[in-house]
Design a protein around this ligand. Sequence first.
Ligand code: COA
Length: 261
Amino acid sequence: MSSYQTLEVTQEGPVRHIRLDRPDVRNAFNGQVVLDLTAAFTAADTDDTTRVVVLAGNGKSFSAGADLSWMQEQATLPHAENAQSADRMARMFLAIARCKKPVVGRIHGHALGGGSGLTAAVDLAICSETCLFGLTEVKLGIVPAVISPFVMQKIGAGRARTLFLTGERFDGKEAQRIGLVHRAVPDAELDAAVAKAVAELLSAGPCAVASAKELIQAVSHLSLEDAIPVTSKWIADLRATPEAKEGFAAFLEKRQPGWMS
Ligand code: COA
């Protein structure tokens, strides 16, 4: 396993755990975290043994967003370098969202600014009810720019209008209500809820899970009519794959599919 300066990465069977590891600054991300997270998700993407990735944070909080000392430094760079650094930050979120393996977020403590962005970038976020979220950038005189597409995909433009403009903080229950997270649970149940989500993903066909992730991306901007050639070809191709044949046979033979053994 490669080592990273700012992350703790471990493998438990088919599950890769990527933990933000700057607890002293509540896992705020700087340029090194951007490089490390992008590399860690790129590595998970291509690792054949990994079927699920869990993104979490060490210490009191999941993530306090962008490291404000680093943000201050970036602002002093010549414009082209400042822009390149922002581009790398945006691509870190993309590497998470586009990872072919399903990504579960374990969100606790605080997920502010870019921490809410990381929550939005994962496929399935589980948080503690007491966790505090917020698109708080306006309180600092900036906007949630690079995270906006990821957040808006989860909560929609209407809710973004309120939350981006006010920068108000909200708890895990509210995050669930507006669709930023899949589930908010009492603090003591967070690990069990994450484990349950991981188990659900592992019980599904690995190629089907990857295909489901691509399908959402492919159909989300299509009209119902334009979707038909895409979705009909999709299922025609998918149902003929070895994995689907195994899934159908396992059901009909009343046994578990091979990918579960
Ligand atoms: N960037 C840089 N440093 C940060 C940080 C950030 N985003 N968030 C926290 N830290 C640092 C603090 O400056 C502090 O450093 P110090 O020990 O040298 O004083 C340390 O992390 C602990 O933070 P503290 O505020 O004492 O911890 P807390 O548990 O009481 O509160 C937060 C945690 C996350 C609520 C609070 O730190 C906070 O509001 N952070 C800013 C969040 C934010 O606005 N993010 C948007 C960024 S665009």
